[in-house]
Design a protein around this ligand. Structure first.
Ligand code: NIG
Ligand code: FE
Length: 400
């Protein structure tokens, strides 16, 4: 049995309560076998803790370890050439319609063998870990055939074996209609997407089912069919919704009690209300809005008014968000979308856990995993405030 009390620290528990960030000055956390057994002001520590080994953190700030709840971190190739094209004025949607965009990554991913897929993803995973990330969601969706969708998800599982990080997988077979099914999206759903989901589920590769509900991807009726299959398999759903236009994606996600609806630049008030009623988390992805010069940002005031939980993520992908820094995503969420630094930190901890259906991390509280990040800052707002600076001292994670 391993036991330790970490002391001489400021705690940002991210528990809702009287103080912003759930702050506890001069705090302590007692950890037993990777679980938090007690936390609070050191003066209030139970006597039993006094005999446990101590670790002095020198007055540093301790937060929950970060959670990146929306990534496409496993993929072949890159899209730097498209970056150049967009800067010359060609739009993301025009590139997609001309066979580039997601399709160029699909082509590259299909050509990449599993070991190379893994080797390509690990430096991006390592960049997140270096910023205190303990849990990463990883989507498929650049295979769009049964074999490559499975290869992407197996690679995601291998990442959890190669690195001290928890991985949650999402099956994103409904990311785009591949060229060989152009104009036949129903046939793609029947012949590839649903069989791939069944096969991936049978192999234990799927924690959730995701889709891209958009003019350049799948309309609501097809997503509905996918979600029905997810329901049959007992899998939770999430959705890329209302990013480039309002197709009612948020309301569709809410009807299926989705864990999250992601992007939401074009969500309507009815969509926001539906998210609130369903308890679906809004995952905001400022890296994509920044990269694509999004003409609109998610309706923050509406999301706040309806008390929709908001998570923040990198959306790490080779096209719309080649971002492998969750700290920078927090900064962008504040500067671009106008979140408060407290909302941004909650968005990569408490609410990101909720967006993944995880209830044992994302806060500092007794009974939860001791997944903690130790920062060389005096106030938690500093985490979102600096740009391109990483003040992580140490990441403490429970055995995976
Ligand atoms: O989350 N919106 C759809 N999917 C990704 C982009 C994928 C790509 O462009 O390769 C996203 O932004
Ligand atoms: Fe995405």
């Amino acid at each position: 049995m391993s036991r330790e009390v970490i002391t001489n620290l400021t705690l940002a528990t991210m528990e809702r309560g009287a103080r912003p960030y759930g702050l506890v000055d001069d705090g302590a956390v007692a950890v037993e076998d990777g679980r938090i057994v007690w936390c609070g002001p050191v003066d209030a520590m139970p006597d039993a803790g006094a005999t446990w080994p101590r670790c002095d953190l020198g007055g540093r700030l301790v937060t929950p370890a970060l959670i990146d709840c929306h990534t496409h971190i496993v993929h072949g190739g890159d899209r730097a050439r498209e970056f150049e094209m967009r800067l010359q004025g060609v739009s993301y949607e025009d590139i997609a319609r001309a066979g580039g965009g997601i399709f160029s990554t699909v082509e590259a991913t299909r050509r990449t063998d599993p070991d190379t897929l893994l080797a390509g993803a690990l430096p991006r995973v390592d960049a997140l870990i270096a910023e205190g990330v303990s849990t990463i969601e990883i989507k498929s969706g650049y295979g769009l055939d049964v074999e490559t969708e499975l290869a992407m998800l197996r690679t995601a599982r291998r990442i959890a074996a190669e690195r001290p990080v928890r991985v949650r997988t999402s099956f994103l077979g409904a990311h785009a209609v591949p060229p060989e099914y152009a104009g036949r999206s129903d046939a793609y759903i029947d012949e590839v997407c649903l069989p791939a989901l069944d096969a991936a589920h049978a192999e234990g590769l799927v924690d959730a089912v995701d889709g891209f509900c958009e003019g350049i991807a799948f309309g609501p009726a097809r997503i509905e069919r996918l979600f029905e299959r997810a329901g049959t398999l007992g899998l939770p759903v999430k959705l890329h919704a209302d990013q480039l236009s309002d197709l009612g994606g948020a309301a569709l996600a809410a009807r299926h009690h989705a864990l999250s609806a992601d992007h939401l630049e074009f969500v309507s008030e009815a969509g926001v209300r539906a998210l609130a009623e369903a308890g679906t988390v809004a995952v905001l992805l400022p890296g994509a809005a920044y990269t694509l010069h999004a003409p609109r940002h998610p309706p923050l005031e509406l999301l706040r008014r309806y008390e929709v939980p908001m998570a923040i993520s990198t959306d790490c992908n080779p096209g719309s968000s080649p971002l492998a820094s969750l700290l920078l995503a927090m900064n962008m969420a504040c500067t671009l979308f106008r979140l408060t630094p407290e909302e941004a930190l909650a968005g990569v901890t408490r609410e990101a856990a909720r967006a993944l259906g995880i209830d044992d991390a994302g806060r500092i509280a007794p009974g939860l995993r001791a997944d903690l990040a130790v920062w060389d800052v005096t106030h938690p707002a500093e985490l979102a405030y600096r740009i391109g600076f990483n003040p992580l001292v140490e990441r403490i994670v429970a055995p995976i």
